[in-house]
Design a protein around this ligand. Structure first.
Ligand SMILES: Cc1cc2nc3c(=O)[nH]c(=O)nc-3n(C[C@H](O)[C@H](O)[C@H](O)COP(=O)(O)OP(=O)(O)OC[C@H]3O[C@@H](n4cnc5c(N)ncnc54)[C@H](O)[C@@H]3O)c2cc1C
Ligand code: FES
Length: 259
């Protein structure tokens, strides 16, 4: 993990409300593993000093890129950033996705910025399987062509039917799953809470592996403040686990979901 002042190389509209922020960060870029995140200090935010977490979409020796959607005070304050500005970032943080097991059939399941969070994993995986992407509209399904170019069989679903099947990601996944050698499935998932829970429940019910990247509110991002804790199962009960440091990626069977 490193902290560095990163120079903005590109900051532009990407798709729909999503924006791309590309940063020169040679201390951090080479260290990145798929599924890790950055903690970014929002400039121009006056009284607020908290950082915001962002999954790393792309990384190279020279730097990193994130895709983000302005949803609140912090992310909206990022919109005026211009090429040449400096932002303070800490990263890469979190555990990231593990290596795929031998003989698995890898499956990606994502929505919104989850697509960006899975891109490096999609690139790294030695076998390219099926990618189920869900969103409210076509604008929420990011990077489809990039995943196709990597060799993934992309199956989008949208709530309004503007891209792919009309419905939820599970409407595409469930019938497909029934035709597979289910125990061989290994899911890599990043998306909204209900999507994570739905895929985690299926993994437990049908006994396959699903790696879920949890999106908990974070403050310190490095394991010190306990803002981001979840309950992780142990042999004789449960223990607290920190999403920022012990996660954000957990195997579905580890998680004790709160009602
Ligand atoms: C590990 C991790 C990785 C993340 N990666 C990304 C990423 O790659 N790209 C990205 O855009 N965001 C990502 N996020 C979420 C991002 O950190 C939040 O969008 C940001 O913290 C919101 O800060 P804010 O001050 O703008 O909004 P806040 O003022 O904190 O929230 C404003 C409102 O927006 C809602 N809100 C917060 N987050 C979201 C969201 N993601 N979608 C919809 N509504 C939301 C809140 O519930 C609240 O009502 C990630 C979060 C985590 C924990
Ligand atoms: S955000 Fe502080 S412990 Fe995770």
């Amino acid at each position: 993990m490193k902290q560095q002042k990163a120079i903005v190389l590109e900051h532009d509209n990407f798709q729909g409300e999503y924006r791309i922020l590309r940063l020169a960060a040679p201390a951090i870029g080479p260290l990145v593993k798929p599924g890790q995140f950055l903690h970014l200090q929002i400039p121009h935010l006056g009284d607020r000093i908290l950082r915001r977490p962002f999954s790393i979409y792309k990384a190279c020796d020279e730097g990193v890129a994130i895709l983000y959607k302005p949803v609140g005070r912090g992310t909206e304050s990022m919109v005026p950033l211009q090429t040449g500005d400096t932002v303070d970032i800490v990263g890469p943080l979190g555990n990231g996705y593990p290596q795929m097991k031998e003989d698995s059939l890898p499956v990606l399941v994502a929505g919104g910025y989850g697509n960006a969070a899975l891109y490096l994993k999609a690139k790294e995986l030695p076998v390219k399987g099926v990618a189920f992407f869900g969103g409210r509209t076509a604008e929420d399904i990011l990077c489809v062509e990039e995943f196709k170019d990597l060799g993934w069989d992309v199956r989008p679903t949208t709530n309004d039917g503007s891209l792919g099947i009309e419905g939820l990601v599970t409407d595409a996944f469930d019938p497909w799953m029934k035709e597979q050698d289910i125990n061989k499935l290994e899911l890599f998932v990043c998306g909204p809470g209900p999507m994570l829970k739905a895929m985690g429940d299926r993994a437990i019910e049908h006994d396959f592996t699903a790696w879920l990247s949890l999106d908990e509110n974070m403050v310190c991002g490095v394991g010190a403040c306990l803002t981001c804790v979840i309950k992780r199962k142990t042999e004789d009960g449960w223990e607290w686990a920190r999403c920022c440091k012990d996660g954000p990626v957990f195997e579905s069977r580890e998680i004790l979901w709160e009602d």
